[in-house]
Design a protein around this ligand. Structure first.
Ligand SMILES: C[S@@+](CC[C@H](N)C(=O)[O-])C[C@H]1O[C@@H](n2cnc3c(N)ncnc32)[C@H](O)[C@@H]1O
Length: 220
């Protein structure tokens, strides 16, 4: 039988790993977290701190100059991506909410990344279908409507350069996968996409147990 090799996190270990990062204290991101948390339950949509650090590092490590994000909310992940880009790098953000992204815009200025970011407001699928013909991305982060992840993937993959990376958030769906029948449409969509990515000859992929699960795909 396969030996299972993993450890379960608890609050103590989680605090430890969250503290053991470069720039663990970040005044801009910490202020954004506080402001988003004050919005109540909805703040659960924000990515985790260590996920943000991972994304900054990954964007820089792959040498990305052009990135796209689907699902910006109040801006935490977009700041982390933008920070990994070089000075001339560009991040295209897509989100349906003018209200939430107004907060993101304020924090882009505080983080000094506003010149790297363009925001397009509206439903993601039509916006992705209408991207400029020549648009090419080196890095993509998907964190909007779970039922639409498969469509985002098919629209973004042709525009990804070879060796470009796509990161999907919430791919462990709150730990509810692997149990057989999944009732919620979002969970079913994520399960189907996880299985599809494992077989998809266009990419190599690995599902990482960071936060709520990150699917990391490299275009072949
Ligand atoms: C989970 S939050 C994104 C969190 C963000 N990445 C962060 O770090 O804070 C999801 C976002 O996707 C947006 N969204 C959901 N469905 C969408 C759709 N179909 N088209 C465009 N944006 C959508 C929501 O407005 C929301 O801001």
């Amino acid at each position: 039988m396969m030996k299972l090799k993993y450890i379960s996190l608890n609050d103590r270990l989680y605090r430890y790993l969250s503290a053991c990062r470069t720039h663990a204290d970040d005044p801009v991101l910490d202020a954004l977290r506080r402001e988003t948390e004050a919005m109540g339950d909805i703040s659960r949509m924000q990515i985790s701190r260590e996920q943000g650090s991972f994304m900054t590092l990954l964007v820089a490590a792959v040498g990305a100059k052009s990135a796209i994000e689907v699902g910006t909310f109040t801006g935490y992940s977009s700041i982390c991506i933008a920070r990994g880009l070089p000075a001339q790098g560009r991040l295209l953000c897509i989100d349906a909410s003018a209200e939430w992204t107004a907060i993101a815009r304020r924090y882009w200025i505080r983080a000094g990344v506003q010149n790297k970011i363009e925001l397009r407001l509206g439903a993601a699928i039509p916006l992705l279908k209408n991207l400029e013909r020549r648009a090419v991305f080196h890095f993509a982060f998907i964190d909007a409507a779970k039922e639409e992840y498969g469509a985002y993937y098919e629209l973004i993959l042709p525009r990804l350069r070879r060796n470009g990376v796509i990161l999907f958030d919430n791919m462990l769906w709150g730990g509810r996968l692997g149990t057989g029948r999944i009732r919620q449409a979002g969970g079913r969509a994520i399960d189907e996409l996880n299985r599809k990515l494992a077989r998809d000859k266009r990419v190599e992929s690995v599902l990482l147990p960071i936060a709520d699960g990150l699917q990391l795909c490299r275009k072949l």
